[in-house]
Design a protein around this ligand. Structure first.
Ligand SMILES: Nc1ncnc2c1ncn2[C@@H]1O[C@H](COP(=O)(O)OP(=O)(O)OP(=O)(O)O)[C@@H](O)[C@H]1O
Length: 620
C-alpha cells in the first residue's frame, strides 16, 4: 500500500507546537508517559485475553523493552500489549479523543508561563515524545489481527501511515532524538528515570543497551507490596500513574481487607481539584483488578458518586477472573467491597480531620461540595458525613462543625439557623441576617447547590432543628437582645400608620407577593423577602431557574422594617395622600428586595422608569 498522508486535527497540531516549544521544563517525563501507555496497553490485552485466550498467540508474558541505539541516535520503547490498527492510530494519535486533553486545550491562554503550569496539571501523554524527538515512528499490530502498520510523524502538522508486515503484536515507538536530547541514550540516566517514575509498573521494564539487558523496575504491582517496603516517592509516582495526575496526593490510604471479603485498596485523595469533578456522569475513578489483573476503570458500583474524587486501585481476591464488565452490575461481592471502602475512607477522613484541621480545611475546600452529596444520598452514612462537614458561619472566617455551632447557641435559641446563597460574602451582607447578627445568633452560611437538598432531608442536628433565616417561621423573639443595642434602636412607625402602609403595599403589589408584614429580622435595611413555610427557598428557585427547571417567580412574603426612615416616610405619605401616592415606591421596594437576593427587577424597564421618576422628584 502506498503511503497515506494525513493532517493532525487542528488541536493536536496546536498541542504539538506547544510541546515542541518546550513547555515542559522537565523533559525526562516523556519516558514515564510512554512507559505508562505501554503498561496500559498490556493491561488491556491481559483483560481481553481472559475471555479470548487466542489473542495472546501463546505470548502472555507482558513486558516493555527500552532499547538504546547510539549509532542511529534513537530510543525504542516496545511493548507486547494490545497494539493499534489503522483506525486506532488515526483516532488515538491523530485526534484528541480524550476529554482531558480537550479540556486542557480549551484552557490554554497563549501565555507561555500560565500554559506551562497547566500542562503540568494535565500531561499530554504520547505527544510528550516530541519534546525529545524530531521524528516518532510507531510500528504496531493489534492483538488478534494480522495486518501491521507504521505511523510516522515529525510532529509538525502531518503524519503518514503505511502497511508494515514486520510489525509485532503490540506497539514499538522509535524516537529519533534531537541533538540536545542525546542524554537519553545514556543507560545510567535512563535507569534512574525508570526507577524514579516507573518502578511501580507491574510488568518488567527491560533496558537493552548493546549486549546487556536488565530489568530495571521492581515489576510487582505496588499495592501488593507491604507498606513498609514502599517509599513516599513511590506512592506519589504510582498516584501520578494511576490518576494521570501531576499533583501531590493529600491522603494515601493503603490497606488489605481480610475476612469474609478479601481485597486490597490503594486509594488517594488528590491534593487539588480535578477539572471533571462536577461533570454530570459523576463517575468514580478507581481501577478494579482481580488477583492483579486489570478488569476495568468503569465499575460504577464500586464506589458511591459522592466519593468520586478518590483515585487508585482496588484488587479483589474473591471476584472471578473472567468477570465481564456487565457482570459487575449488582454484583454482591462488589457491593460488599463498596461498603468496606466507604467505611474505611470516611474513618480515615475523620482521623485526618482530628489530627490536622488545617490540612482538612484544604481538603474540604476542594471536595466538601462532593462529599456533602452523600448526606443526601447515603442514608446509612449521613450522620457520619454531617459530622465530617465544615461550614462557614457568621462567627469568624474559619470553618466550623455543626457541633461548634450548637455549642455557641444563645440562651433561648431553639434552632440552628442557616442561610443559602451564591457566596459567603454576599450572604454576610444579606438583610435577612441583620436581626440574627444584632442578637449575636450565629448563622451557618451555605453556598453549594447540594445544601438546598441535604439540609431539608436531615432536618435537625443534635436535636436542634435546621431553619432557614429566610423562612417566615424563623422566630427570634425568644432570644434576648443586648439591652444597650435595644435602647439605641430608632422608634418604630406608629402601629396604625404601619397597618395602613401594609394594606397599601398589598393592594399595589397584588399577586406578585404572598403577604406583607412588619419584620423583626431587619435592623438597617428597609425591606427583605422571606419564604412562607414549605415554600422553595429563594436560592433554590434561582438555581432551578438557571437550569430552566422553573420558569416563574414564586410570590414571597415582603417584610418591611418599621424602624426604617423610608418606611416611616412612606407610612406618612399613605396616610396623607392615599395608596396611589406610594404606587411607584411599592414596586421599587419589591425590586430592591429582589436585587439584594441577586434577582433581576421583575420588570427592568418599569424599574428604570420608576427610579428615574423618583430621583427626578428628589432632585427637583
Ligand atoms: N503503547 C501503546 N499501545 C497501544 N495503544 C496506545 C499506546 N500508546 C498510546 N496508545 C493509544 O493512544 C491513546 C492516546 O495516548 P495518550 O498517551 O496521548 O493518552 P492516554 O494514555 O489516553 O492518556 P494520558 O496520557 O493522559 O494518560 C491511548 O489512550 C491509547 O489508546
Amino acid at each position: 500500500m502506498a503511503e497515506e498522508k494525513r493532517e493532525f486535527q487542528a488541536e493536536v497540531a496546536k498541542l504539538l507546537d506547544l510541546v515542541v516549544h518546550s513547555l515542559y521544563s522537565n523533559k525526562e517525563i516523556f519516558l514515564r508517559e510512554l512507559v505508562s501507555n505501554a503498561s496500559d496497553a498490556c493491561d488491556k490485552l491481559r483483560y481481553c485475553a481472559q475471555t479470548q485466550a487466542d489473542l495472546t498467540g501463546g505470548d502472555g508474558e507482558y513486558r516493555i523493552r527500552i532499547t538504546i541505539n547510539k549509532d542511529a541516535g534513537t530510543l525504542t520503547i516496545a511493548d507486547n500489549g494490545i497494539g493499534m490498527n489503522k483506525e486506532d492510530l488515526i483516532n488515538n494519535l491523530g485526534t484528541i479523543a480524550k476529554s482531558g486533553t480537550a479540556e486542557f486545550m480549551s484552557r490554554l491562554t497563549g501565555d507561555a508561563k500560565k500554559d506551562t503550569s497547566l500542562i503540568g496539571q494535565f500531561g499530554v501523554g504520547f505527544y510528550s515524545a516530541f519534546m525529545v524527538a524530531d521524528q516518532v515512528a510507531v510500528t504496531t499490530r493489534k492483538a488478534g489481527e494480522s495486518q501491521g502498520w507504521r505511523w510516522v510523524s515529525d510532529g509538525k502538522g502531518e503524519f503518514t501511515i503505511t502497511e508494515d508486515e514486520s510489525a509485532q503484536r503490540g506497539a514499538c515507538l522509535t524516537l529519533s532524538l534531537r541533538e540536545e536530547a542525546h542524554e537519553y541514550l545514556d543507560a545510567f540516566r535512563l535507569k534512574s528515570i525508570i526507577k524514579r517514575y516507573s518502578d511501580h509498573i507491574a510488568i518488567p521494564v527491560i533496558l537493552v543497551d548493546g549486549e546487556t539487558e536488565e530489568t530495571v523496575n521492581s515489576a510487582s504491582a505496588l499495592w501488593t507490596r507491604s507498606k513498609s517496603d514502599i517509599t513516599a516517592e513511590q506512592y506519589t509516582e504510582f498516584y501520578h500513574h494511576v490518576a494521570h495526575a501531576f499533583d501531590q496526593p493529600w491522603l494515601t490510604i493503603h490497606y488489605k481487607a481480610e475476612g469474609a471479603i478479601e481485597y486490597t485498596g490503594l486509594l488517594y485523595v488528590p491534593g487539588s481539584k480535578p477539572f471533571d469533578l462536577f461533570q454530570p456522569e459523576r463517575k468514580n475513578h478507581l481501577k478494579l483488578y482481580v488477583k492483579r489483573v486489570f478488569i476495568t476503570d468503569q465499575a460504577d458500583d464500586l464506589l458511591p458518586p459522592y466519593l468520586r474524587f478518590l483515585r487508585g486501585v482496588v484488587d479483589s481476591q474473591d471476584l472471578p477472573l473472567n468477570i465481564s464488565r456487565e457482570m459487575l452490575q449488582h454484583n454482591p461481592i462488589l457491593a460488599k467491597i463498596k461498603t468496606g471502602l466507604v467505611k474505611r475512607v470516611l474513618s480515615e477522613l475523620k482521623k485526618k480531620a482530628e489530627a490536622d484541621a488545617e490540612g482538612y480545611a484544604g481538603f474540604w475546600e476542594n471536595f466538601g461540595a462532593v462529599l456533602k452529596e452523600g448526606i443526601y444520598e447515603d442514608f446509612e452514612r449521613k450522620t457520619d458525613i454531617v459530622a465530617l462537614s465544615r461550614f462557614k458561619t457568621t462567627h469568624g472566617d474559619g470553618w466550623a462543625t455543626l457541633d461548634d455551632v450548637v455549642g455557641r447557641m444563645k440562651d433561648g435559641q431553639e434552632a440552628i439557623y442557616y442561610a443559602t446563597g451564591d457566596s459567603v460574602a454576599a450572604l454576610r451582607k444579606s438583610p435577612q441576617l441583620e436581626g440574627f447578627l444584632a442578637k449575636g445568633i450565629e448563622v451557618v452560611l451555605l453556598t453549594d447547590a447540594i445544601d438546598e437538598f441535604w439540609v431539608p432531608a436531615v432536618g435537625e442536628w443534635n436535636g436542634k432543628k435546621l431553619i432557614a433565616v429566610t423562612d417566615g417561621a424563623a422566630d427570634l423573639s425568644a432570644v434576648k437582645a443586648d439591652p444597650e443595642a435595644e435602647a439605641a434602636k430608632p422608634e418604630a412607625t406608629e402601629a396604625a400608620s404601619l397597618d395602613t402602609l401594609i394594606a397599601a403595599l398589598k393592594l399595589n403589589l397584588g399577586d406578585k407577593i404572598k403577604d406583607v408584614r412588619a419584620s423583626d429580622r431587619l435592623t438597617s435595611s428597609a425591606v427583605c423577602l422571606v419564604t412562607d413555610s414549605g415554600q422553595m427557598s429563594l436560592h433554590l428557585e434561582k438555581l432551578l431557574k438557571a437550569h430552566n427547571q422553573v420558569d416563574h417567580d414564586t410570590p414571597r412574603i415582603l417584610e418591611i422594617n418599621p424602624r426604617h426612615g423610608l418606611i416611616k416616610a412612606l407610612a406618612e405619605r399613605v396616610k396623607a395622600s392615599g395608596r396611589e401616592a406610594v404606587e411607584d415606591a411599592s414596586w421599587l421596594l419589591l425590586d430592591q428586595a429582589r436585587i439584594v437576593e441577586g434577582e433581576k427587577p421583575a420588570d427592568p424597564v418599569e424599574f428604570a422608569r420608576r427610579l428615574a421618576a423618583i430621583m427626578e422628584k428628589g432632585i427637583g
